[in-house]
Design a protein around this ligand. Sequence first.
Ligand code: NAP
Length: 304
Amino acid sequence: MPRTITLSDGKKVPAIGWGNGTSGLASSGQKAIDAGAIALKDGILHIDTAQLYQTEAETAGSIKKAGVPREKVWITTKLSENTAAAKGTTAANVRESILESIAKLETIPDLVLIHNPYVPEKGKIGEFWTYLEDLVLDGTLKGASLGFSNFRPQDIDDVLAVARIKPVVNQLEFHPFLLTQLEPLLAKQAELGIVTQSYGPLSPLLRHPSGGGSLKVVLERIAKERGVDPASILLLWTIQKGVVAVTTSTNAERIQKLADVDALEDLTAEQIAEIDAAGKKAHYRFYKEHMFEDFPVPDLPEDA
Ligand SMILES: NC(=O)c1ccc[n+]([C@@H]2O[C@H](COP(=O)([O-])OP(=O)(O)OC[C@H]3O[C@@H](n4cnc5c(N)ncnc54)[C@H](OP(=O)(O)O)[C@@H]3O)[C@@H](O)[C@H]2O)c1
């Protein structure tokens, strides 16, 4: 059975997702369709898309090209800052934005996220959430779960103040080098039953200035013992943390490796603790955005 992570509303999300927003896939048309179809055929039955990426129609294209039944695929989309919903936080604008997504996806997505806390007009996160809930309750988003992305504790509070439907997911940059900064946010999410979806999970290996410091050494050693690559170990660590790993690739061989993570034997508790400890020695974030505004950055070196 493929690994899944259960949301607070009981739905099971495939633990590994393939995203069409990075790696040159945004606005890429046929390239996004083709790579997504490879991921689906390899068994990654979870596509992460967004209005911002201009790949919602391509998501539908990948599913058609792979010949996988729609109901077997988990689709997440995000309401982004380039859409009707963001032009003014009104019921009509949020509805128009959702209808555009449904039309492009040719289906109701399984999960709808507010891409960033600044997508709603300033001070209107709660109002925006209410309009989204209305669309679930009136059947426009029948069966969809709701969540957000890049929300800090204070942004979550704005939703909780009004929520009739519980948020199920916060999609964040998440990897060992962010464990210290995210600690208070993750504790709050654990209390509320909000699952983390990790984007940029491979940042310590791919984007960190020194290529991963002492964390890389630990990952490489475990990878060698297991006969896989360090990226696979990092993704396995992510899902064993109870976090959905949203990654991507455009390369058929690497997509297969991402799919293969699902069947790997679990890391031991000692290996997980070792990765945690190496990650907590440093603080590194690739997707900076607003995640340092009113959200304390730990006093740690970027490299250790
Ligand atoms: N919510 C948000 O604000 C937000 C922000 C960023 C991203 N996202 C979502 O998350 C998805 C993934 O984000 P990400 O690109 O940052 O994820 P990532 O997992 O950190 O990086 C993916 C990159 O890893 C490379 N790769 C894949 N397998 C590899 C391996 N075995 N060894 C070495 N490199 C490997 C791929 O390059 P190749 O293509 O060359 O293989 C790809 O560019 C996006 O597409 C998007 O859907 C969301």
